[in-house]
Design a protein around this ligand. Structure first.
Ligand SMILES: C[S@@+](CC[C@H](N)C(=O)[O-])C[C@H]1O[C@@H](n2cnc3c(N)ncnc32)[C@H](O)[C@@H]1O
Length: 309
């Protein structure tokens, strides 16, 4: 997907070319004989919709200074930098160049790994990792190590938003590149990008269920504070908070309508989503209010309602 050492970066190159208006060929996501066109404009260049169910949920969870990890072309950073000091990092030099040109004021090369060498202790109040790149940590141990590093560079009462597809949801198996795993609550996705007759190496993303993320976080200062699930796909987001010595609170669980890649808004009528999951979304889902539910077995009072309507 991205590389800082001069190796191929077809994902970043295609998005850069798209931004420059010079892209004449599709970017493909591939697994064996399967090949899907990756909808660059819809997935990365449509502006963040802060008023949407998913957008307003995100806005409620975070504050600044904010670190956007794997920021792409700056969809979120462009919005949040008007409210908070925002730093956007991505390993792709093409994407950092694109972000800077698009007006992201602090876009830098960086990624999930080596955060403590790049940033000061307790530098950020919030961090977001949106786009399932979290799966590049590859294992439960890798996830715990990443969360520990993230804890070091964030403040005492920090929040973080991470996302994945839930392997315990049968719809995850419909994803391109899906690989099941004997271990409960984890699976993988393996695919590569093709662009202008070139192929990048295979990318391996680990997928975690919310329970496994809760388990990985248990060895770190983080606890799961809220979960937002998608109604029509296995995609979900988790809000982490630094665990405090106070009594544990209920996790806030909510659902939101909107296909997983048009994350911030309902699908447009001319949506060209490539998979059945997204087609179900654009063909059959009109906007509906999101629901709020409480985790049935979680202790503590419902001290905050998640407003996703
Ligand atoms: C699906 S895109 C999401 C982009 C953006 N967050 C958004 O929501 O539009 C995944 C991003 O992760 C970046 N990425 C790849 N490897 C990474 C790594 N090791 N650490 C952080 N980000 C990485 C890619 O370059 C890409 O920009």
């Amino acid at each position: 997907m991205a590389d800082t050492d001069g190796n191929s970066d077809l994902f970043g190159t295609a998005l850069f070319d798209h931004y420059m208006g010079t892209r004449s060929e599709p970017l493909y996501q591939c697994d064996g004989p399967q090949r899907q066109t990756h909808p660059i404009e819809a997935f990365y260049f449509e502006p963040f919709a802060s008023e949407s169910d998913r957008g307003s949920w995100l806005c409620q969870q975070i504050s600044g200074p904010l670190l956007d990890i794997g920021a792409g072309v700056g969809r979120h950073a462009l919005y949040f930098q008007s409210q908070y000091e925002t730093t956007a990092i991505d390993p792709s030099s093409k994407l950092v160049e694109t972000m800077t040109d698009r007006g992201v004021s602090d876009a830098r090369i960086g990624g999930l790994f080596g955060l403590t060498g790049q940033f000061d202790t307790e530098q950020f109040q919030s961090a977001i990792v949106i786009g399932t790149q979290l799966g590049l940590v590859r294992s439960m141990a890798g996830l715990t190590a990443f969360l520990s590093d993230l804890a070091t560079i964030t403040a005492e009462n920090a929040t973080a938003i991470i996302d994945s597809y839930d392997p315990t949801d049968h719809r995850t198996s419909e994803l391109l590149g899906y690989r099941s795993d004997a271990e409960h609550g984890v699976a993988s996705r393996a695919f590569w990008f093709e662009y202008t007759d070139k192929s990048d190496p295979v990318l391996l993303f680990r997928l975690f269920s919310p329970d496994r993320i809760r388990e990985a976080a248990a060895g770190t200062p983080w606890m799961v504070a809220a979960i937002q699930r998608s109604v029509e796909s296995a995609y979900y987001r988790i809000a982490l908070e630094k665990a405090s010595s106070e009594l544990p609170r209920r996790e806030r669980i909510s659902t939101v309508v909107g296909c997983q890649n048009h994350e911030e808004q309902q699908c447009a009528s001319n949506c060209e989503c490539p998979t059945n999951i997204e087609h179900r979304c654009h063909a059959h889902f009109n906007h509906q209010p999101a629901r709020n539910e409480w985790a049935k077995d979680a202790p503590g009072p419902p001290d905050k309602l998640t407003n996703t309507e």
